[in-house]
Design a protein around this ligand. Structure first.
Ligand code: ADP
Ligand code: ZN
Length: 370
């Protein structure tokens, strides 16, 4: 079985992202290849632990690590500040030292939480990421962003923490709930739009295989996304320039998640809706062709990411868009894609946002006080 290797090169460090089948049983030797640590803390959420932790635990132990397995409850609530504190206490109680290593096994929530904890425990301890959701494989495990939530908002506390290694075993994706699968596909579609004609055509030709989780298509999609993100992050480790493109679809997407209430829609479903919205704004402001809007709509439809049936108050959505982290001086800034692979980050006037939000709301069914 071939393993794909994508190298992430940053100014101060570099690491490999390995993508393949059967890699969970290889985590021990792979981690041994990057560290001389004696102890490894293996952290996962309960859903992932019951399915996969044993294999990783055994593999690490066979490679000579003294393993401490820790679990957190599944779901976004695990990114609470208090849980980060509990995890830090647990690492201390297990006696983990500066030379030891933390292995994060799970989705984006686990990766964010464990990444953050490893960034601050003893001012930083080595980290290996073993993502088990499509979203985490294609997005959160590359780039080094970690975060926990505060009652005041999501991801308000965080740190940059680059892992020593990322091991993506695509076999784990077989047990992912359908909704989570499609959520990850939205980020793959986002990458295709940003990457260019070649990847976009590939995705259009393989949409069915991706929806069916065909292993070869999945490996290829993950590799393409990781390679794209590695390139972006290498050019812009801390986000100000090129990295902004990764927010395509996220301005309205984040607003929908927040206004509808977190958890009502998956992240990817909200981002797909945000991409549909952004493409229409791009026709007006970035010279995108209407046929390109249709093309993106068709791709999202084919991936099981149909337009959301949701009626949300447009004024509240607009406010949420203005509190987005890209906004400057109260003006909404959006990533607009004008053709495959060509994007810009554009300040959009209030009136234009209002007009498009009204048009968008007009396509939704009545109800919920829109
Ligand atoms: P994401 O990666 O989408 O940010 P989470 O880390 O919250 O999100 O994972 C989404 C959900 O899927 C969680 O309930 C988690 O326990 C579960 N999960 C993660 N990986 C797997 C897997 N490989 N198989 C089944 N369930 C999984
Ligand atoms: Zn995202």
């Amino acid at each position: 079985m071939s393993v794909r290797r994508v190298r992430v090169e940053l100014p101060d460090t570099a690491y490999d992202v390995l993508i393949g089948s059967g890699l969970l049983d290889e985590v021990g030797p792979l981690v041994r290849g990057v560290t001389r640590a004696r102890c490894a803390a293996l952290v996962s959420d309960e859903n992932v632990a019951e399915r996969y932790a044993i294999r990783v635990d055994v593999s690490l132990a066979r490679s000579g690590f003294r393993v401490s397995s820790l679990t957190v409850p599944p779901g976004e609530s695990s990114k609470e500040w208090s849980l980060a504190g509990e995890l830090l206490e647990a690492l201390a109680a297990k006696g983990l030292s500066r030379d030891d290593i933390v292995v994060a096994l799970g989705g984006g929530v686990t990766g964010d939480l464990v990444g953050f904890v490893s960034a601050v425990y003893l001012r930083g301890i080595d980290l290996v990421q073993v993502p088990t959701t499509l979203l985490a494989m294609v997005d959160s495990s590359v780039g080094g962003k970690t975060a926990v939530d505060l009652p005041a908002g999501k991801n308000l506390v965080g740190a940059f923490k680059q892992p020593l290694l990322v091991v993506a075993d695509v076999d784990t994706l077989k047990t992912l709930p359908d909704e989570e699968w499609r959520s990850g596909l939205a980020e793959v579609a986002k990458t295709a739009m940003l990457s260019g004609e070649e990847m976009l055509s590939w995705m259009e030709g393989n949409a069915r295989r991706l929806l069916d989780r065909d292993p070869d298509a999945v490996i290829e999609a993950v590799e393409r996304c990781v390679a794209f993100k590695a390139g972006v992050v290498a050019a812009d480790e801390r986000e100000s320039g090129p990295r902004e493109c990764l927010n395509y679809g996220h301005t309205l997407g984040h607003a929908i998640e927040k206004v509808a209430g977190y958890g009502r829609f998956t992240h990817g479903a909200a981002v797909a809706e945000g991409m549909r919205f952004a493409s229409r704004v791009a026709v007006q402001l970035a010279g995108a062709d209407v046929s390109f809007v249709r093309r993106q709509d068709r791709l999202l439809d084919a991936l099981g990411l149909g337009a959301l049936e949701v009626a949300l108050p447009t004024a509240v959505l607009h406010d949420a868009m203005r509190s987005d982290k890209k906004a400057r001086g109260g003006e909404v800034r959006m990533v607009l894609v004008s053709e495959p692979g060509t994007w810009s980050c554009v300040a959009v006037e209030r009136a234009v946002i209002d007009e498009h939000l009204e048009a968008w709301a007009g396509t939704k069914s009545e109800g919920e006080g829109a």
